[in-house]
Design a protein around this ligand. Structure first.
Ligand SMILES: CC(C)(COP(=O)(O)OP(=O)(O)OC[C@H]1O[C@@H](n2cnc3c(N)ncnc32)[C@H](O)[C@@H]1OP(=O)(O)O)[C@@H](O)C(=O)NCCC(=O)NCCS
Length: 153
């Protein structure tokens, strides 16, 4: 297994991994722009992409925009490895903090982030649209976003 920084040449592979693994996968134009502008760290297993993380560097902070591990490669510490590398990269950029948003229902991701020192600093009500299957009258088709921060200072 090896880590690498992806660029625009990986567009097709990235879109394929995301579309087959994530019901909330980004649309192609968003990947095109992230592969051009952001720090996209990925891991391969026998040449095939199995996980990736997108980090946007801003002036005093970095923002985790996307994290995905292929279903077959989950629960082996891969997301934790990607996240740890993004924390090291953020510190090297002199970021004061790393920010992210996560669906309030995404317990695996929330456990991962809290285990890595992220704390909840806010909540955006009814921020994320739900999939058609999840739309109950109670949810009104949206769920909250939790705003998490990892401080370096
Ligand atoms: C969330 C996700 C990235 C985790 O990837 P992963 O490689 O399986 O995670 P890891 O094996 O590195 O697990 C690290 C920690 O995360 C938490 N975790 C991961 N999967 C979990 C699960 N199914 N249930 C509970 N906790 C979980 C645990 O705290 C785990 O630590 P532990 O193994 O010591 O218990 C993966 O499930 C995924 O790609 N989900 C779909 C996309 C997504 O939700 N991305 C995050 C958007 S903010």
């Amino acid at each position: 297994m090896s880590f690498e920084i992806l660029d625009a040449a990986a567009l097709t592979e990235v879109v394929q991994l995301a579309e087959k693994s994530d019901p909330y996968a980004w649309p192609l134009p968003q990947w095109r722009s992230s592969l051009k502008d952001d720090w996209v760290l990925a891991k391969r297993e026998q040449g095939v992409l199995v996980g990736l993380l997108v980090l946007k560097p801003n002036l005093y902070e970095t923002e985790l925009l996307y994290l995905l591990v292929a279903p077959k490669a989950r629960r082996q510490g891969l997301a934790a490895e990607l996240l740890d590398k993004s924390l090291v990269h953020s510190e090297a950029l002199n970021a004061e903090r790393m920010l992210l948003e996560v669906r309030a229902s995404n317990q695996p991701a929330i456990a991962l982030y809290k285990g890595r020192g992220f704390v909840q600093e806010g909540k955006r009500k009814n921020y994320y649209p739900l999939l058609a299957d999840d739309k109950t009258a109670a949810s009104k088709g949206y769920e909250d976003a939790l705003l998490l921060t990892h401080w370096f200072i």
